[in-house]
Design a binder for this molecule. Sequence first.
Ligand code: M6R
Length: 613
Amino acid sequence: MCGIVGYVGQKQALEIVVAGLRRLEYRGYDSAGIAVLADGVLDTRKKAGKLVNLETLLGEDPLPDSTTGIGHTRWATHGGPTDRNAHPHVSEDGSVAIIHNGIIENFTELREELTNSGVTLSSDTDSEVVAHLLARILPKVGDLTVAMREVCKELEGAFTLVAVSPLYPDVVVGARRNSPLVVGVGDGENFLASDVAAFVDHTRNALELGQDQVVTLTPEGVSVTDFDGNEAVVRPFTVDWDAAAVEKGGYDLFMLKEIAEQPKAVADSLRGRMTKDGRLQLDEMSLSDEDLRGIDKVVVIACGTAYHAGLVAKYAVEHWTRIPVEVEVASEFRYRDPIVGPGTLVIAISQSGETMDTLMALRHAAAQGARTLAICNTVGSTIPRESDGVLYTYAGPEIAVASTKAFLTQIIAAYLIGLYLAQVRSAMDEADIRAVLEDLDNMPQAVDLVLDTVEPVRAIARELADCKSVLFIGRHVGFPVALEGALKLKELAYMHAEGFAAGELKHGPIALIEEGVPVVVIVPSPSHFLHDKVISAIQEVRARGALIVAIAEEGDEKIVAFSDHIIRVPVVPALMQPLVSTVPLQVFACEMATAKGHDVDQPRNLAKSVTVE
Ligand code: M6R
């Protein structure tokens, strides 16, 4: 939430910061703003709404040439999405400008204290206090970095902060606690950003900042300390994708591009993880086989789409390993005194690696002595850094707010972990593990086939675009797919959508059915023991007027008599079905949103990385 960019070097800061903000707009688009230092003067422009509004303002009222600048794109928490609440916030005396991502939890006390000391606040945000606190301490300590350290000690909550001051030209200072901030190391120039996408055009050399660290950038160098001023250890890493990965590449929407990338994302996430003799090798996980043999329970914590991936994985991992698997929405986990300990493997699934609810749940699990493992798509992010081990997904950057390729690759990673547990604990025959690995290996091709045949989905979506509500039902692994289909439709088409376990309908939700209500049914294979039970559920809702859209396997002829529309998916083993049946639902939601004229990549009220609790 909120995108942050900082630049200091030899080039025009404005262009670099605006381009960086464009790359980070997925993180929030309630307002955008920029501050630059030019000839000892601080100058800012900021505007409510999307970045384009700021660009228009910059056209009408340009900023001066400058080689030092910071920029912010906001997802509003405290204070509405207005011009005055947009960042940067500047101190009363004009000596400091700051941008902030996170929530400063003690801002009420700090505001009161500042007001009592005669400061006039000019926004409703929690963030603004930082500008005033920095300005107050700056004359005493005479150094922006030292001032930042001191102010950070006064703050509670989560923050990434970046500040510039006309008193310190050619210096950008950042700090982080619980919110993301990475350094881009260039040649005669350096960058700060919430995400490497902001600077990957300029450098692929990056530094991971740790918790409670302050970083100072000049054109010549980068120095990092903790809040007490001790030199800090930072991990360098190289961004392993290039700028093209964060461009639309000929597609109208990032979401369409990312849906199309799924076969490759799945293939990349499987690559290099099996030995030639068909055994799994997940050394990168850095949890010993002995540790894994000692596990008596798996708990998956995640949010949104990642939570649905966890729900899918539960069916497979329990089946393969016979270890109980609990899957929990991360935001609830630590508030219910969960039973976890040294025998629990807690798996945190997160595309961004920055989701605050998941991070807090992970920390709680670690504090109880659990072994922790991240499934993550973002190298260098906080969740893998704070876990005992990590299995990265290789989906490439996911820019559209609606998660697509991350979901498929999270399922792949969770399946690999399940199979690995089965391997080290001898819970399955080697031949059976090999057979599942072969099934997984066939999945990129199967997903590709779905993509070739989704065109009818678009027509159905357009036909149903005026519906008030769509229900999704499924059983077994089809149930989390139904939840995921409903989530996609809610977030993109802004319509009422709900996913249910098909068997649960008769216990209440069937009352929602009336003439013409579309019910999307994830139909298991005719060879699956639940096929007939799902057909019974279809009959129950059809008898009450529902319009049935069936996602059904090629060759399932029995379904024809019970459906108004059929979307075909290739024949795959039962546990692999989510990897194919989710894809039409992504296309369905995308097309529905497009038909309604919505901004698919940046749906209202949302942000890609949810870095506040
Ligand atoms: O980055 P994460 O995987 O931790 O994000 C979790 C959710 O916020 C995310 O999946 C969200 O639900 C998506 N926008 C859904 O499409």
